[in-house]
Design a protein around this ligand. Structure first.
Ligand SMILES: Nc1ncnc2c1ncn2[C@@H]1O[C@H](COP(=O)(O)OP(=O)(O)OP(=O)(O)O)[C@@H](O)[C@H]1O
Length: 328
């Protein structure tokens, strides 16, 4: 059995708000193995970004991990000193955010921003750092890399800026990259180019990636496995092909039905009625119960245990718990 790069066990995260403490993530457990691309999918507010922030130790000030373990190669990050975690964060785990301009320093040339990572985490000479930076810029598809090295972020297009952010994330050869909706801020053609770049990275670099998206089309093209999140919980997970061809959770079914090419021509675009409950609106039971057309009485009372469907495919839904229907 392979050792996972990252393994999260039973993690709960809560926010301290003015009128009390509210759970935002509950019982999050999953692993990422070497060379694997794991997607996290779910509507806005389901906890995708919070999960990645918890992994990197960059949660908002009013949020905390209450319970659980986040292990990087068998070391619990939550027990590490901040300095050690910071070292891992820069070199072994790195992050690509939605908006390239928020990740880049407007006052530094892009070449310098990439080579700074090498300066911090390696003993390479200045000349080698520059050479490596230029070759990384070429690898991420920036053809005039020598010229671009001395450019400032505002002199580049959005797609080029995101390529620089990807180069920064890759230059220290991390074991795991977390990409949080890395194409959302870009226009459609550039999105396709950046996705193609991720596909190539997966093929040639063999870096593990957590790819956060609300877009199944993107998940289907990039990921090996997918976690479906709803209201702070992972409600279904499995291989992408298995989940897309055989979704079990009514929420996953609804999301897949909303993919435009899953609909017949001329049909109105399907959307799941209702919305994700806010932290304060979440009650006991299954948080999807209010929106679920297959709801059983027990769904409002109790959150279901995980049920193994086939291989790595698991679902948390009362419909698949043995005896759930009979006991009602
Ligand atoms: N700083 C904060 N203070 C209070 N609640 C927050 C804060 N940040 C996030 N939340 C809440 O935590 C929950 C999860 O948010 P998160 O940003 O992880 O969702 P998401 O699935 O990444 O959504 P999106 O696709 O919009 O980025 C949401 O209910 C959100 O309102």
């Amino acid at each position: 059995m392979q050792t996972p790069i990252l393994s999260i066990e039973n993690m709960d995260v809560s926010f301290q708000l003015s009128d009390g403490k509210y759970k935002a993530l509950e019982d999050i457990s999953f692993s990422v193995f070497p060379d694997e691309v794991v997607g996290i999918v779910g509507e806005s507010g389901c906890g995708k970004s919070l999960t990645s922030q918890a992994i990197l130790g960059i949660l908002p000030k009013n949020a905390q991990v209450d319970h659980g373990e986040i292990a990087y190669k068998n070391n619990n990050l939550l027990e590490m000193k901040e300095n050690d975690w910071q070292e891992i964060r820069g070199s072994a785990l790195s992050m690509i955010f939605q908006e390239p301009m928020t990740a880049l320093n407007p006052l530094l040339t892009v070449g310098k921003q990439i080579s700074e990572v090498l300066k911090k985490h390696t003993n390479l000479s200045k000349k080698t750092r520059k050479q490596k930076t230029i070759s990384m810029m070429k690898e991420v598809g920036l053809s005039r890399a020598e010229e671009l090295y001395n450019s400032y972020p505002h002199q580049l297009s959005g797609g080029m800026q995101q390529r620089i952010v990807i180069a920064i994330a890759l230059i220290a050869e991390p074991d795991l990259i977390i990409a949080d909706e890395p194409t959302t801020a870009l226009d459609v053609t550039i999105q396709a180019q950046i996705l193609e770049l991720f596909r190539k990275l997966k093929q040639y670099r063999k870096t593990s990636i957590i790819f956060i998206s609300h877009d199944w089309g993107v998940i289907r093209h990039i990921c090996d496995r997918v976690l479906v999140m709803y209201a702070g919980r992972i409600v279904e997970q499995g291989s992408v092909t298995e989940i897309i061809s055989n979704p079990k959770h009514p929420y996953t079914k609804g999301l897949i039905q909303s993919i435009p090419d899953h609909q017949k021509k001329g049909e109105e675009l399907y959307t799941i009625a209702g919305k994700v409950p806010s932290l304060k609106e979440r009650k006991g039971g299954c948080p999807f119960a209010d929106r679920c057309s297959s709801r059983l009485d027990i769904c409002k009372q109790q959150f279901p245990e995980s049920v193994v469907m086939e291989g790595t495919h698991t679902v948390k839904c009362h419909l698949y718990l043995k005896g759930a229907v009979e006991t009602l």
